[in-house]
Write a protein that binds this ligand. Structure first.
Ligand code: SF4
Ligand code: SF4
Length: 136
């Protein structure tokens, strides 16, 4: 029995299809959905922990890719350099999971909750001072 954490990105045409369910039915895998979200442009993101026989996991991942789902290992970590951050809020508007959010509406302080981050990297480009970095 093995386990693997992966990040899935579903194109708009696939977000309402029962693709993940087939991992149980056809590949004898167990999964735990750790996070899931849909971005405003209707791209779906999901972090899954897959458990099963190693060969089954590989075949299940291959199946997901054949369905047009982007599959990446959950091996990235997002870090915010608060010394560079100017609290502009641009990252809050784009973050699909609410990992970057305004803690206090009065002060408009932006904070980061790594537990909610799916490492989609959408926040990196909009950040004017380049305060957000991805670590592998
Ligand atoms: S990478 Fe950035 S935009 Fe994506 S979930 Fe994490 S904090 Fe939000
Ligand atoms: S976009 Fe960058 S500078 Fe603006 S609040 Fe987010 S981390 Fe800070």
């Amino acid at each position: 029995m093995a386990a693997k954490k992966i990040v899935l990105t579903f194109p708009k045409s696939k977000i309402d299809k029962p693709i993940v369910y087939k991992l149980i039915k056809d590949y004898d895998l167990v999964f735990n959905i750790m996070k899931a979200s849909i971005t405003p442009d209707q791209e779906g993101h999901m972090v899954l922990e897959l458990s099963g026989e190693p060969g089954h996991i590989d075949r299940g991942i291959q199946f997901l890719k054949e369905q047009g789902v982007r599959v990446e290992p959950l091996s990235k970590e997002i870090k915010v350099d608060w010394d560079k951050c100017v609290q502009c809020g641009a990252c809050v508007a784009i973050c699909p999971t609410g990992a970057l959010y305004v803690k206090d509406r009065k002060t408009m302080e932006v904070v980061f909750d790594p537990e909610k981050c799916i490492a989609c990297e959408l926040c990196i480009r909009p950040c004017p001072p380049r305060a957000i970095k991805v670590h592998f």
